[in-house]
Design a protein around this ligand. Structure first.
Ligand code: C5P
Length: 303
């Protein structure tokens, strides 16, 4: 028996960041949109305890030890249900690593759902979401997908209505960025300034509800973008190349360094992706629609 779960990447269409809290985290108003770049995690029983393998273009950068969120998810579920975490988790990785698209979080949510199905633990949805929140701020959203507003450190989710499909292009950078480093740079850049409470933009929520790409393009924002650009100045060239190719909006995805370009339709997405690929400002460019569903069990089959 093995179970495969497919899980999407995310882009933050709004990422409003408050001042650092005493616990080091930041309160957020984080508007997540799940987009059609996916990892797949397959869970298979293993006699020799927990084992992780990974395939894909970025596989060499994925840790295969217990720091991997997929491993931590399996261990957390096993501990709650008092069972051994005897499982082989294979990650087929298509989401960029250290890219600001929640690839590690996605694998955590997928592994949790896969182990729950494989082991027949049948944890209630609320408990799965609880475990996700313990694993990381973005992990609950990887489980639910679609579109949602994340508050607190991003883990408290309110689902959002979306009135259509938005078309995106993502430009992958030549190297990754560390999320804590980007938040640290946000703190450094904001030193001595008054940082307002993060709030979701009503214009942005209305644009999502209408499915209106022009209105969404006018409303997207990312408070981490100046920090990401400060640590990775070349990203400005990628953003400019996408804008010059006709993107309606260009922004850093989450903590970066992947850059996200909102375009009018699938045809424009192909055009902008082609222009980015030949611009020399990124490693690769991919098109993806959003919203898409969250972590989903694909196969539940005899090994
Ligand atoms: O929650 P997660 O483990 O994904 O967070 C990774 C790092 O990002 C945290 O250690 C922290 O430095 C930063 N972070 C933050 N505020 C948030 C979410 C993440 O400062 N709301």
């Amino acid at each position: 028996m093995s179970v495969t779960v497919r899980v999407p990447a995310k882009v933050n269409v709004q990422l409003a960041v408050g001042a650092a809290r005493p616990d080091g985290f930041h309160d957020l108003a984080n508007v997540f949109l799940a987009v059609g770049l996916h990892d797949e995690v397959t869970a298979t029983p293993s006699a020799g305890g927990l084992r992780i393998t990974c395939e894909g273009p970025d596989a060499a950068q994925v840790p295969l030890d217990r720091t991997n969120l997929a491993a931590r998810a399996a261990l957390a579920l096993a501990e709650r249900y008092g069972r051994p975490a005897d499982v082989h988790l294979h990650i087929a990785k298509d989401i960029p690593v250290a890219g600001g698209m929640a690839g590690g979080s996605a694998d955590g949510a997928a592994a949790l759902l896969a182990c729950d199905a494989l082991w027949g633990t049948r944890a209630p949805r609320a408990e799965l979401l609880d475990i996700c929140a313990e694993l990381g701020s973005d992990v609950p959203f990887s489980l639910v997908g679609g579109a949602a507003l994340g508050t607190g450190r991003g883990e408290r989710l309110t689902p959002l209505e979306v009135g259509g499909t938005f078309h995106w292009v993502f430009a992958m950078a030549h190297r990754g960025l560390s999320t804590p480093a980007v938040f640290g740079e946000f703190d450094r850049l904001g030193e001595g300034t008054d940082i307002p409470e993060p709030v979701a933009s009503q214009d942005l929520l209305d644009a999502l509800a209408k499915g209106d790409p022009d209105a969404l393009a006018a409303a997207v924002s990312n408070d981490l973008q100046p920090a990401a650009l400060s640590l990775f100045p070349d990203l400005a060239g990628t953003l400019a190349a996408g804008r010059a190719a006709g993107a309606l909006a260009a922004l850093v995805s989450g903590s970066g360094p992947t850059t996200a370009f909102l375009v009018r339709d699938a045809e424009a997405a192909d055009r902008v992706a082609g222009a980015l690929r030949t611009s020399g400002t990124c490693r690769s460019a991919r098109t993806a629609p959003g919203p898409v569903p969250g972590a989903t069990v694909l196969t539940d089959r005899p090994a």
